[in-house]
Design a binder for this molecule. Structure first.
Ligand SMILES: Cc1cc2nc3c(=O)[nH]c(=O)nc-3n(C[C@H](O)[C@H](O)[C@H](O)COP(=O)(O)O)c2cc1C
Length: 172
């Protein structure tokens, strides 16, 4: 009989059960780098017995972060912190997963505890965190009161595709 706790194999990867931890943004990274916060946050789910533990939305480009606290994999230096976490998860019997992403027009947003509104000069004054211009398929703001993103050119699209590829290789 198959239950929640039965193992299964998907494209050569075997999960010890069907419990998967969704990606949950923590907004605790510095310059996209994982730290002790991420190690404890993700590690505890492996200790709890989940078969699959997803790291949070991880930006493939600096400007593809939603907030200044998002994780990233846009440069090689960001690999090591995540690799240590992935190694720990594997040792504890969980499959490490990752959600690579680009925030598009939701980029340059304040962390939830700073209001989830667009970053502006107040954030520069408070934390030295500058706003940046988001890119998106169309120059349509995320919501009322948000700045319009810059409409992506074909070369932007090519670059973002390449960035997803590079980040996927770093994830591996
Ligand atoms: C704190 C928190 C952070 C989240 N961050 C992400 C994220 O990084 N990426 C994502 O796709 N969903 C994110 N979500 C959504 C969850 O992954 C999940 O889809 C959502 O909680 C619904 O799943 P549930 O019905 O099992 O609770 C987040 C949810 C929470 C509560």
């Amino acid at each position: 009989m198959t239950t929640l706790l039965s193992a299964f194999t998907l494209r050569g990867v075997t999960f010890k059960n069907r419990i998967a931890i969704s990606p949950m943004s923590q907004y605790r990274a510095v310059d996209g780098y994982a730290n002790e916060w991420h190690r404890v946050h993700l590690g505890r789910f492996a200790l709890g017995g989940a078969g699959l533990v997803y790291a949070e939305a991880t930006a493939v480009e600096t400007d593809g972060r939603r907030t200044h606290g998002d994780l990233g994999l846009w440069e090689d230096g960001q690999i090591d912190g995540l690799k240590q976490i992935a190694t720990f998860l594997s040792q504890e019997g969980a499959v490490p997963g990752i959600q690579l992403g680009h925030a598009g027009r939701k980029a340059s947003e304040r962390r939830p505890w700073h209001g989830e509104t667009p970053v502006d000069d107040e954030d520069v004054a408070a934390r030295g965190e500058a706003p940046w211009t988001a890119i998106a398929p169309s120059p349509i703001p995320y919501a009322d009161g948000w700045p319009a993103p810059s409409e992506m050119t074909e070369s932007d699209i090519e670059r973002v595709i390449d960035s997803f590829g590079a980040a996927a290789r770093r994830s591996k």
